[in-house]
Write a new protein. Structure first.
Length: 175
């Protein structure tokens, strides 16, 4: 899940979609891949002292780690979160690593749905890097904030990268 620019409501949409899926008995994992401005830990009131950045820097085999050591369970049954973890200067390199692919493969086998909250794609390449590792992308645009040109540019970049776009979500102001 990404957007063209910051402040379009990605985290709100990812959180609400994750909760809705968990409520229909889907095993859901939310990953906060916005390591520059993480928010999922705040939304679900979880500590962010350890998370995705740590998992990507570690050397140990991911298949040997229990799921409870990789993610945090929320108060909502069936909903887990992998927080971003501490900020690091090598975010793009970590996301582009083979370890990120290995991590996503592990999570695909453990969860029914994995939703990734990424930074805005017109400003930072992280969403495009992760887009090559996922099944599909969803773009979030905010009414009255996202320009038509920015929305088209975001869609075009994903398409140019060969990343399938499932659709878009238009978030209304004040909601």
């Amino acid at each position: 899940m990404s957007s063209a620019i910051r402040g379009e409501g990605k985290t709100t949409i990812v959180s609400n979609l994750g909760i809705a899926l968990a409520e229909i008995n889907q095993r859901v994992l939310l990953i906060d891949a916005d390591m520059r401005k993480p928010r999922l830990s705040e939304v679900f009131n979880l500590p962010n002292a350890w998370g995705l950045s740590d998992l990507l820097r570690e050397k140990g085999a991911l298949r040997d780690s229990p799921l409870e050591a990789l993610t945090q369970q929320t108060e909502i049954p069936n909903l887990s979160v992998l927080t971003s973890g501490p900020r690091t200067s090598s975010i793009t390199n970590l996301l582009y690593s083979h370890r990120m692919l290995e991590l996503l493969q592990r999570f695909r086998s453990e969860f029914d749905m994995v939703l990734i909250d990424t930074p805005p794609m017109l400003q930072i390449a992280d969403a495009r890097i992760l887009g090559r590792l996922v099944d599909t992308a969803i773009l979030v645009f905010r009414a009255g904030k996202t320009s038509r040109d920015a929305a088209l540019a975001a869609k075009r970049r994903l398409t140019d990268d060969g990343i399938p776009v499932l659709g878009t979500i238009l978030k209304c102001l004040g909601h």
